[in-house]
Design a protein around this ligand. Structure first.
Ligand code: DAH
Length: 355
């Protein structure tokens, strides 16, 4: 048999054995047998050199072609066998139920906040935001809260180290007698979201229709109804000819949407330095009776004090408005029948999963 005639049967033999190799080890043996340094095909190639000169080009080309072909077939079979090795050994039971991934949920406080925001959006309010690290101007002075107010006491409020330079932009009006020009007001963690009222009014001309949800801080020891940090929603509406009737109507609409149609509200005269007149809102429903109470205090509110308008450069002869603020935890506790505020912050999934 001539050299060239030997090539074809050798190739066929190699291909047959490649296909027959049932695992990677068997395949490696086939490779060594044909293409290894002592392999049959390698031996054939070594004979090339001893061929007569005129046969060499044709034989050389043929041998190389077959070598490339065999190497490709080897690589194909190898990846087939690798895939086979990576598959499960046991047969798959396609009738088994799938594995469910545990789904997360929004926190009950987030649910309540989102519901309230949605209700206000429907009646034309937009969400406003302000920093949790505030200064006394936004938290107190601009809200007409005098220097001797108990909320400003270091026992009640978290003040920040006075030695640290403030990075807060101070956009408060320079002309205000409440705030000496050029002096940086002390920084603190905001005690209420009412500071956002000022931030919004300083930047924007009336009409204003905003709500501002956010975290607030007070030096309270944690107990069933207090926590050093909690969340509030602030509301502010400024336009021409706004009345207490608008305030009552709006608040009633929102709480009926949120807690049900049978909700009754009661406005009780109160005092806040940034509103005049001021009220506390109590509410009554089957939910309060479930907690053993006829009325539960829900929110503070009132008509924006003319001095507050002056402080932000609004003319109180032209503009009037109302504002309110309430604690979100309070609402969530009533809505879901929760009796301890600390549960919201313990992050125990057994608690959180229930809502
Ligand atoms: N800032 C008050 C608080 O933290 C709540 C409040 C009362 C907000 C009256 C208002 C308001 O906007 O007009 O208790």
């Amino acid at each position: 048999m001539s050299f060239v005639e030997e090539i074809e049967p050798l190739k066929e033999g190699a291909l047959t054995e490649l296909k027959a190799a049932s695992d990677l080890a068997a395949l490696e043996q086939v490779r060594v047998r044909f293409l290894g340094s002592h392999g049959k095909f390698t031996a054939l190639m070594k004979q090339l050199g001893s061929l007569p000169k005129e046969e060499k080009p044709v034989a050389g080309r043929l041998v190389n072609q077959v070598k490339v072909e065999l190497e490709a077939a080897l690589a194909d079979r190898k990846s087939e066998l690798e895939l086979k090795a990576s598959l499960p050994k046991e047969p798959t039971d396609f009738t088994l139920p799938g594995r469910r991934r545990p789904l997360g949920k929004t926190h009950p406080l987030t649910q309540v906040t989102e519901d309230i925001v949605r209700i206000f959006r429907r009646i034309g309010f937009v969400v406003a935001d302000g920093p949790e690290i505030e200064n006394e101007w936004y938290c107190f002075d601009a809200l007409n809260t005098p220097a001797d107010h108990p909320a400003r006491d270091t026992q009640d409020t978290f003040y920040l180290n006075a030695g640290q330079a403030s990075s807060l932009p101070r956009s408060a009006p320079q002309s205000s007698q409440l705030q000496p020009a050029g002096k940086m007001p002390p920084r603190l963690l905001r005690t209420h979201t009412s500071s956002v009222q000022i931030r919004v009014m300083e930047k924007q001309q009336p009409p204003v229709r905003i709500i501002a949800p956010g975290r607030v801080y007070r030096r309270d020891n944690a107990d069933a109804t207090h926590n050093p940090t909690f969340q509030q929603i602030e509301g502010l509406y400024v336009d021409r000819g706004v009345t207490v009737g608008d305030l009552k109507g709006t608040v009633e609409h929102v709480f009926k949407e949120l807690l049900g149609d049978e909700v009754k509200l009661r406005f009780r005269p109160h005092y806040f330095s940034y509103t005049e007149p001021s009220y506390e809102i109590d509410f009554s429903s089957s939910l309060t009776r479930r907690m053993g109470k006829d009325w539960l205090e829900l929110a503070g509110c009132g008509m924006v004090h003319p001095q507050v308008f002056e402080n932000v450069g609004y003319d109180p002869e032209i503009w009037s408005g109302w504002a309110f603020g309430f604690g979100i935890e309070r609402i969530a506790m009533i809505r879901y029948g929760i009796n301890d505020i600390r549960l919201f912050y313990e992050n125990d999934v057994r608690f959180l999963r229930q809502f």
